[in-house]
Write a protein that binds this ligand. Structure first.
Ligand SMILES: [Fe+2]
Ligand SMILES: [Fe+2]
Length: 136
């Protein structure tokens, strides 16, 4: 599967958040590479842990910007974050319990769609609001 690349179409107009998104894209690519090159489950599990850890950090950063600027869609956006974390930790649990080969394709597709959809739809919605509040 070709690497997914961050490009301007994914920009949300805020430097720190774009940088976070680039890191998340890199981690997903690392995971996809690991799966296609048949890295050990242990090692894939570590990459997935790292991805989840950074995702939590990134979601907190966005939510902190929302709180600081009084973003009206904050509650809705945060509930999307919680749902994404729920899905990805569920995936992690299944992955750990041994469904590696079965989950490979599912993991790749899910994570790409997961990230790209959230950035393209939910994250882009905060652009004008954060920029208007001096966060860019
Ligand atoms: Fe984001
Ligand atoms: Fe978000």
């Amino acid at each position: 599967m070709a690497s997914m690349l961050w490009n301007e179409t994914l920009s949300v107009g805020v430097k720190t958040l774009d940088d976070d998104h680039k890191k998340l894209v890199d981690m997903i690519n690392e995971l996809v590479d690991g799966i296609t090159s048949n890295r050990r489950q242990e090692s894939l599990s570590q990459i997935l842990d790292k991805l989840i850890h950074y995702t939590r950090f990134h979601f907190r950063r966005e939510e902190e910007y929302f709180a600081r600027t009084g973003y009206t869609a904050a509650a809705h956006h945060a509930s999307e974050h919680r749902e994404l974390i729920r899905q990805v930790t569920d995936l992690q649990a299944r992955f750990r319990s041994g469904g590696a080969s079965l989950l490979s394709l599912e993991v790749m597709k899910f994570l790409k769609e997961w990230l790209v959809h959230h950035i393209m739809v939910e994250d882009k919605n905060y652009r004008a609001h954060l920029n208007a509040n001096g966060i860019r």
